[in-house]
Ligand binder design. Structure first.
Ligand code: SF4
Length: 305
């Protein structure tokens, strides 16, 4: 996020939370609401991860076979519920965005278009069957003697005095082969950063569990494509990761100085995205765009009553 847009990073991680209170400037109050919004793909990804965590728990505890129909039914219900809340209960989101949901597409476009609905349905079908048929389910959890260490939990470790926060989808220990495994379920497309993300998890295992990086199996399960990729990280990955880490933490420390500015002025102290395409899918575009700002602030004022 920092590399995409410094303003987005500052809003998301620092500035928006100032707007939780109603004595703050209207722009910051609206930023707080926008931070709590999700687009339908992100929402689907989060719900899919929740389902995966629950299904793996049941599988390991009871041996119950995974049911495609059951997962699909639950996911549909959850997605429909958020759609309904966003479409017909927007005032609740304006009043309390922590406990009421809003979809990006509904706030900015008024509804989900048919093409989008179709592509989410297709994605859901492919991801569910990709999960059920994945190598992690069939080749690892069903066949090997593994102990789940962590799943979907926020954890942190210190790297050169800086706290790094992460949430790995699944960390297990294979007692027979004495290796650790880390699995990252992906509902989106493959990206060049995926390996780097896994390298961060591997560093966490080294620091917190004393694992050697040669004894850590890293896996990306691309559910929509039904592809499984495995890696063992090497010193090049660690060096590359540390280089990016140092650059970004240095920049964050510099930017944190700007956070001392007053609430009324703070937004102008952070650079906007160079590539305007980044803004198309950004939650905060209602604040940055001259065309959208007035309309959205008026809706916010009406929404909070
Ligand atoms: S709308 Fe664009 S400029 Fe504004 S925060 Fe988002 S990405 Fe940055």
């Amino acid at each position: 996020m920092l590399m995409e847009c410094e303003l987005k990073w500052a809003l998301n991680y620092h500035i928006a939370k100032r707007g939780e209170f109603d004595n703050k400037p209207i722009l910051l109050q609206h930023a707080w609401r926008l931070k709590h919004m999700k687009n339908v793909f992100l929402l689907f990804g989060e719900l899919m991860h929740q389902m995966i965590e629950a299904e793996i728990k049941i599988l390991l505890e009871t041996g119950e076979v995974l049911s495609e129909a059951k997962i699909k039914k639950k996911l549909r219900e959850m997605l429909n519920q958020v759609y309904w809340q966003s479409k017909y209960r927007a005032n609740k989101w304006y009043k309390n965005p922590k406990f009421n949901q809003m979809l990006f597409e509904i706030l900015y476009n008024g509804d989900l278009d048919e093409h989008l609905i179709q592509s989410i349905k297709e994605k859901m079908d492919k991801c569910i069957s990709g999960f059920i048929q994945s190598e992690t389910i069939h080749g690892v959890l069903a066949k090997r003697k593994v102990k789940v260490m962590e799943a979907e939990k926020f954890r942190s470790f210190y790297l050169d005095g800086v706290r790094v926060v992460l949430s790995a989808d699944l960390i297990f220990y294979d007692e027979y082969n004495s290796v650790y495994g880390i699995v990252d379920w992906k509902t989106g497309k493959q990206s060049t950063n995926d390996r780097l993300q896994l390298a961060i998890y591997a560093l966490y295992l080294e620091k917190n569990y004393g694992a050697e990086h040669l004894d850590i199996e890293l896996t990306n399960e691309y559910l929509e494509e039904g592809i499984n990729k495995n890696y063992i990280i090497d010193t090049y990955d660690i060096d590359h990761l540390q280089e990016i880490f140092h650059e970004s933490s240095k920049r964050m420390t510099e930017l944190e100085e700007n956070l001392r500015c007053s609430d009324d002025e703070i937004l102008k102290y952070f650079q906007k995205a160079e590539n305007e395409k980044t803004c198309d899918w950004c939650n905060f575009k209602a604040l940055c765009s001259d065309e959208l700002r007035e309309l959205h602030i008026n809706n916010f004022i009406k929404g909070i009553g």
